[in-house]
Design a protein around this ligand. Structure first.
Ligand SMILES: [Zn+2]
Length: 575
């Protein structure tokens, strides 16, 4: 998603959320021209129009966030790593797509998976002779399911406008079993984000391992207008330690040079095909130029146009109106070639041949299909910070806050849009294409961690089997990041990144929510909450997920008090 400036921001920087490129502390007009530079050659314009433009482009720019977003505190949670840790009697879903098996004992030495030992048949006696020798720390995993830690392919580490400290975001991720997150744009500044990556790698903070993909043009104060400038910038990002780059739009030659240079430097690439650019290229072009992952849906229908060459917009459409932008984005798939058509096949097969990865982020657009569901999600009152809630409220300033008078017709159009889009993504998977799970949380009523589980549910809705969903969430993500040799599956020799849950997620993905799943107990004739991640293990360090959620809930209570609210007050749009 994108970020947008918060209103009324002042001081040396204007606060922007989402993608934030670092800019020098200059006056608004100067910063404005910087933004325009990033976006390409646009005429100067008043700040307000600029802000809308930036928002509309899903391009976040200036920089204050680096100063404004509190860094994660030193780690106080988690035990280990241990010389020897054993998870005893677990049912293993290993992330490769293999069916569950168990009971198994899983031996972890320091930060590595050292042994996976079958210890009997389910329901039968445990083969004690087969069990690995006792360890310093053991977890009785009888009745628990062990999975690889999840990979969130499309993550943003909060922002100044959302008022989300790093600790809040990171703990919500870890509490939902997310042990790897790809930071898409380094919106809080490249240095800030790289520092968190390093502190996470050293396990100095409670955090998933982070991969950092700064947005095209980050840390520049001049526009990228030539292929040469783009190549130089990519080289600098590689030198500074970026894992990849994130692109929204650029002139075609600049874009192509950026993608090609990234590949030459060994960097992966993520692209949100922002619509001002897709008149000139689509996902087939960018994938051919070396793009490794395509975010969201933009750029795909454009590759499928057969009875037109541009999306048909109403004559009064204005891209800088977020309401327009999101409303008519939901009309895009309906204008594309039909499923099963020659063009449909060509696009899918071409992307597959390029080893391309789709990261649909179905969840982040869900409010467009069902606004009430997104607004009233049951975790908001306990886990959504009031500042984040305020950010979601309809406004001209905040990105993704465009539901001014969202209609039944808008939801119906988006429902059709989702049908076609999901069919496309599911078919890609069926043809051997790689699909990753990305949440894009922090916008449009989607909360960190919870939004990721919802993304898994929507992959299920798209037609993925439960094992296919888990594989997308784990090994497929690791492959897309170029890290499958170390993470993404539970196999001997890999990093000990795991999660344990006491209900079967293949039977119901809802058991992964921090608020658990509701089940009616027929004997007690009462509703009970079941599931929830019990432990998240990263690099062999064992985190109690409930403790992390309690920390977050406490942060929310304190923030409400500071905001003059009762600590347990519900969040209402009228507040
Ligand atoms: Zn995003």
């Amino acid at each position: 998603m994108i970020g947008v400036p918060s209103h009324g921001s002042v001081g040396p920087y204007t606060q922007f959320s989402g993608i934030v490129l670092r800019a020098p502390a200059v006056d608004l007009e100067a910063r404005g021209s910087y933004v325009l530079d990033v976006l390409g050659p646009h005429p100067p314009s008043p700040m307000r129009r600029l802000v809308s433009l930036v928002a509309a482009l899903c391009l976040l720019v200036p920089a204050a966030a680096a100063q404004d977003v509190p860094a994660a505190p030193d780690r106080e949670r988690g035990g280990g790593p241990y010389d020897r840790l054993i998870l005893r009697g677990a049912t293993l879903i290993d992330g490769t797509g293999a069916p569950p098996r168990g009971p198994v004992d899983i031996v972890i030495e320091e930060d590595r998976i050292a042994r996976i030992q079958a210890v009997g048949a389910p329901g039968g006696p445990v083969d004690e002779a087969a069990r690995p020798e006792a360890a310093g720390r053991e977890i009785d995993a009888t009745g628990l399911y062990v999975l690889p830690g999840f990979v969130d392919m499309h993550a943003h580490l909060g922002g100044a406008a959302q008022g989300t400290p790093a600790e809040y975001v990171l703990k919500l991720w870890m509490a939902h079993g997310i042990t790897t997150a790809r930071e898409n744009a380094a919106g809080n500044g490249l240095d800030w984000t790289l520092r968190h990556r390093e502190r996470s790698a050293a396990n100095a903070i409670t955090a998933p391992r982070l991969l950092v993909y700064p947005a095209l043009g980050t840390d520049r104060d001049a526009p990228l207008t030539t292929p040469e400038a783009a190549r130089t910038w990519v080289q600098r990002m590689a030198e500074e330690g970026a894992d990849g780059i994130k692109v929204f739009q650029a002139p075609p030659d600049v874009l192509r040079a950026s993608l090609q240079e990234a590949e030459a430097q060994g960097l992966r690439t993520a692209m949100h095909h922002a619509q001002p650019g897709t008149a000139r290229y689509d996902v087939l072009d960018t994938a051919t130029w070396g793009l490794t992952t395509g975010e969201h849906f933009y750029g795909y229908p454009e590759a499928l146009f057969t009875d037109r060459s541009l999306q048909d917009f109403p004559s009064d459409y204005n891209y800088q109106d977020e309401g327009d932008r999101f409303r008519y984005a939901g009309h895009m798939w309906q204008q594309a070639a039909a499923p099963g058509s020659a063009r449909w096949d060509t696009v899918l097969d071409s992307l597959r041949a390029l080893d391309f990865t789709m990261v649909p982020t179905f969840g982040i657009y869900e409010a467009n299909r069902d606004l009430m569901r997104a607004r009233r999600a049951e975790w908001h009152d306990t886990y959504t910070l009031p500042s984040l809630w305020n950010y979601y409220k309809p406004s001209f300033e905040n990105h993704g806050s465009y539901h001014y008078f969202w209609s039944s017709g808008d939801e119906a159009a988006w429902d059709t849009h989702y049908d076609r889009w999901m069919q496309f993504v599911n078919e890609y998977k069926n043809r051997g294409g790689r699909v990753g799970a990305g949440s894009d949380s922090g916008f449009i009523f989607k909360l960190y961690g919870f939004g990721y589980v919802r993304e898994l549910e929507l992959l299920r809705e798209a037609g993925f089997s439960p094992l296919e969903v888990i594989r997308s969430a784990t090994l497929e993500g690791a492959k897309a990041l170029g890290r499958a040799d170390r993470i993404g599956s539970v196999e001997v020799g890999k990093q000990a990144d795991l999660l344990l849950v006491d209900e079967n997620p293949l039977a119901n993905l809802k058991v992964l929510y921090g608020t658990q799943a509701l089940r009616f107990d027929k004997d007690d004739r009462a509703l009970e909450r079941v599931g929830g991640v019990d432990y998240t293990i990263k690099d062999g360090i064992v985190f109690d997920a409930d403790t992390l959620l309690r920390d977050v809930a406490q942060m929310v209570r304190e923030a409400k008090k500071e905001a003059g609210m009762a600590p347990d007050a519900d969040l209402e749009l009228t507040q």
